[in-house]
Design a protein around this ligand. Structure first.
Ligand code: SAM
Length: 303
């Protein structure tokens, strides 16, 4: 379902935080922690810095805390909201602020690229439901070719994992997958008191800028994703063991990675080189990847 409201644009100084009792109670199952702190809302808007011709989409507008300022500055805005009961109050609150297109549905299934007038044009903003942040991030990565930038509020620990460096305790699958596709900047922290109801965790605001071009292009992104997931599935294991059944230790050695190392010591580039080597040696083989048989000992070539 989609609904539109159009009309006069308002400037930032008219920002209001609507705490109307007409709103339904916040729903835990939808991860609803609504921003109410004016300072935080303005800091988010200043950081995103929406401009009149921007193609903006907000994930989970909720009661419209950020939506109002985005719409006032850009003049038009698409939003994707799962909770049907928030649609009508949101439409009413923002009537006359600009052209608002409300898409009622699940952002996990939503085709963001359908909103992009050209490649790398969409600006994605969202105070995400924290229970869905990882699947939503992977969904955004799948659509990175349409996206110019993402500004996301997430649980602070998740932002730390995303921006982590190799060797640190928080470096893992999420760090490698996000940093393969995007530059990640942790911008600022937000305490629980900025939200209603207050979450039990701290939050942080994150900027992701999809790489153009990729610094380490991948031959087979799906295979890369499987290797990264397997490598970190048991952090204490060596790569030889964690990747057994997927990557032959000879390939690790062939790209200069000691099979006795652990996944957290590999850089984003190491994972890309490894995945590309596997893909080149065994194209289409999703069982065990082995290094190529050298021509001089290849039985098929021997007389
Ligand atoms: N942006 C608002 C704010 O900052 O106050 C609300 C943020 S609240 C943390 C998350 C919002 O995402 C809620 O409005 C919730 O209903 C919505 N939401 C939850 N799951 C969703 C999904 N799968 N797709 C789209 N929206 C979702």
């Amino acid at each position: 379902m989609e609904s539109h409201s159009g009309g006069r644009r308002r400037s930032h100084k008219h920002l209001s935080v609507d705490v109307s009792p007409n709103y339904p109670k916040p729903r835990k199952r939808f991860g609803q922690n609504f921003l109410h702190d004016r300072g935080t809302i303005q800091r988010i808007l200043v950081t995103v810095a929406p401009q009149p011709n921007d193609r903006l989409v907000e994930i989970g507008p909720g009661r419209g805390a950020i939506t109002e300022g985005l719409l006032a500055a850009a003049g038009e805005l698409d939003v994707v909201e799962l909770d049907r009961d928030l649609i009508e109050p949101l439409r009413k609150r923002l009537a006359g602020t600009g052209v608002l297109r409300i898409h009622q549905g699940d952002a996990l299934a939503f085709d963001l690229c359908a909103l992009a007038p050209s490649p790398a044009s969409l600006r994605v903003v969202g105070n995400l439901p924290y229970n869905l942040s990882t699947p939503l991030l992977f969904r955004f990565l799948d659509q990175a070719h349409c996206i110019r930038d993402l500004h996301l509020m997430l649980q602070r620990e998740v932002v730390e994992r995303i921006a982590a460096e190799p060797g640190s305790k928080t470096y893992g699958r999420l760090s490698v997958m996000i940093q393969t596709w995007c530059q990640a900047q942790s911008l600022f922290r937000i305490g629980p008191g900025a939200f209603t109801p207050a979450p039990k965790v701290e939050s942080a605001f994150l900027r992701l800028l999809p790489h153009r071009p990729l610094p380490f292009p991948l031959d087979d992104p799906e295979l890369h994703g499987r290797i990264v997931a397997a490598a970190f599935s048991q952090r204490r294991k060596t790569l030889r063991n964690a990747l057994s059944g997927l990557v032959d230790p000879g390939i690790l050695e062939g790209v200069g990675i000691d099979p006795g190392r652990r996944a957290e010591t590999l850089s984003v580039m190491d994972f890309a080189r490894l995945a590309n080597a596997v893909s080149r040696y065994c194209p289409g083989d999703d069982r065990i990847a082995k290094p190529p048989v050298r021509p001089e000992i290849d039985p098929a070539n021997s007389k």
